[in-house]
Write a new protein. Structure first.
Length: 539
């Protein structure tokens, strides 16, 4: 597939329906491409030329979609910046964006009008809307070459220096072909629904670009609309006859829980639901099928998948069947051992298969037969990390991409147990635990180095919990917990569910003094702790 030819096609029948805040605005992909040409002309007038990097806050708005292609047609490389999550501290976000833009040396930042006041004074900031009709008659088209940088995707985590994955047009096109292959997509005949943020690889490549390039209809909602009403996801699918969608485990849990109180407006035609971005919980899949089964949802529609930004997106995906699940000894797993146990065993940990490698992709683990780091080779691998040669050499090796994630292979399918480097994935967002812990650790009431952030299973979704040892037993536990919750929200954009306070010396550590996160998670899950206090913050 030639990416730019596919995105600028004027003869297809697919349509974009994008949420405006009060309803859906509709246009054909040909009309989107025409509008993109106007944006490209405006960018040329603003001084953007081939080889320039243009920073962009890609929100799920009707203006951002043609704006994306407009940058490419003007010859620019799109640098997708993290979009602020609800509740994030504005000053912290603005500082992080300023740091990223300083690294990019971008001449221009593009965003929705409502976000412009969050952006640094330099370089220039403009809204998507301001570029319309500002082209001075330029009608050229000079997108990046197949092997030139086309897209830089920065992580949305809370670190001060997020990684930027550099993707070529060739890698993006290869990824879209993989997605069409494993989903059995029919060009010109699918209807896709997504609320996932376009600043995330799953929303950008897994929903928007594959729909655009293969002439699907796309119903594009927004993360804000989903957060306010999780029922809208399946409601849109029933109303618009959606055949394909993608989402996270947490999103399925929320949609299922909220749907129980109201019926869908009609039957579901859904044949593919990709579940990724965080560890998949088998209970959530089962509850989703039970809840929406009366509307036509079958178990084989649910397709857990594994991917990462360094591979553009997808690496493995389950075929159209009920996903396989294995149950292993959680305590043995903590030591890297794989020991099967019965599902009702007290130490059983269910792990859902994310399927075999996609066509043309190779996946292996460093120590077969054990829980160990996952390596990937794929035609859609990133070229490396932006302006970080050292990290690029360490990650993109001759033996394949070192993902940093942990898992195992069984019967040709990949089972992913967790993210490496103690990165937690909650509600579709990466939470860098060490940074959050460091800020909570600064609280005068906590024993230095005695706080740990965990994500644990809780009735079909993953709960975010802080375990802490305080200096005094008579400390104000509620005040500490509320302060910790503010840190988590402002630094990571997610909600802390509860704080558990334990006696001094409870948290297990390595000989070098590092807290053993997996062991802490096991102790909490098995109710093996003897807490001094327990503060519930949400739910």
């Amino acid at each position: 597939m030639e990416l730019w030819e596919a995105l600028t096609r004027r003869t297809g029948h697919g349509r974009l329906r994008a949420w405006t805040g009060s309803g859906f605005a509709e246009m054909t992909w040909g009309e989107v491409a025409t509008e993109a040409a106007g944006v490209a002309a405006g960018l040329r007038r603003a001084g953007v030329h081939p080889g320039h990097t243009v920073a962009a806050l890609l929100t799920n708005t009707p203006a951002a979609v043609p704006g994306l292609l407009g940058i490419w047609l003007a010859g620019g490389t799109v640098a997708s910046l993290p979009v602020p999550a609800p509740g994030m501290d504005r000053r912290t976000y603005a500082r992080d964006v300023a740091d990223l833009v300083g690294r990019l040396d971008a001449p221009l930042i593009l965003a929705d009008e409502r976000l412009l006041d969050l952006l640094p004074a330099a370089p220039r900031s403009r809204s998507w809307q301001s570029l319309r009709g500002d082209g001075g008659g330029w009608t050229g088209r000079e997108p990046p070459g197949d092997d030139e940088p086309a897209y830089i995707q920065f992580s949305s985590g809370s670190t001060s220096a997020p990684k930027g994955c550099v993707l070529t047009a060739r890698a993006i096109a290869a990824q879209l072909e993989l997605i069409v292959d494993f989903t059995g997509g029919r060009p010109g005949h699918e209807v896709v629904s997504s609320w996932l943020p376009l600043s995330h690889d799953m929303g950008m490549f897994g929903c928007l670009l594959v729909s655009w390039a293969y002439d699907y209809h796309l119903v594009l909602s927004s993360p804000e609309r989903f957060t306010l009403g999780p029922r809208t996801w399946f409601g849109d699918m029933a109303e618009h006859g959606v055949t394909m969608t993608a989402g996270t485990n947490t999103a399925l849990y929320l949609a299922t829980r909220m749907q129980r109180s109201a019926p869908l407006p009609g039957p579901l035609r859904l044949r593919t639901c990709i579940v990724g971005a965080e560890r998949v919980d088998v209970t959530t899949l089962q509850q989703t099928v039970r809840t929406f089964g009366p509307y036509g949802l079958a178990a084989d529609v649910m397709q857990p998948a594994y991917g990462l930004a360094e591979a553009t997106l997808a690496v493995t995906a389950c075929p159209a069947r009920a996903p396989a699940v294995v149950t292993v000894d959680g305590l043995a797993l903590a030591g890297g051992e794989l020991a099967d146990v019965a599902p009702d065993d007290p130490v059983a940990v269910p792990v859902v298969s994310t399927g075999p490698p996609c066509r043309g992709v190779t996946v292996d683990v460093e120590e077969p037969g054990r829980l160990s780091p996952i390596r990937v080779s794929s035609p859609s691998l990133a070229s490396g990390y932006f302006a970080d040669e050292k990290r690029t050499r360490a990650t993109f090796t001759p033996d394949g991409l070192r993902t940093g994630d942990l898992g195992f292979l069984r019967d040709g399918e990949l089972y992913v147990v967790g993210r490496g480097d103690d990165v937690l994935t909650v509600a579709g967002r990466n939470v860098h635990a060490h940074e959050i812990e460091a800020r909570i650790d600064d609280h005068p009431a906590v024993r230095k180095g005695c706080v740990v952030l965990l994500d644990v299973p809780a009735d079909g979704y993953r709960e975010l919990v802080v375990l802490a040892e305080l200096r005094r037993r008579d400390a104000d536990h509620r005040a500490f917990a509320e302060q910790a919750a503010r840190v988590v929200l402002t630094r990571a954009g997610v909600t802390l569910d509860r704080c558990v306070f334990v006696p001094k010396g409870t948290l297990p550590k390595t000989p070098s003094g590092k807290i053993q996160r997996f062991r802490c998670r096991q102790l909490l899950h098995q109710h093996a702790l003897e807490p001094l206090a327990h503060v519930v913050l949400s739910g």
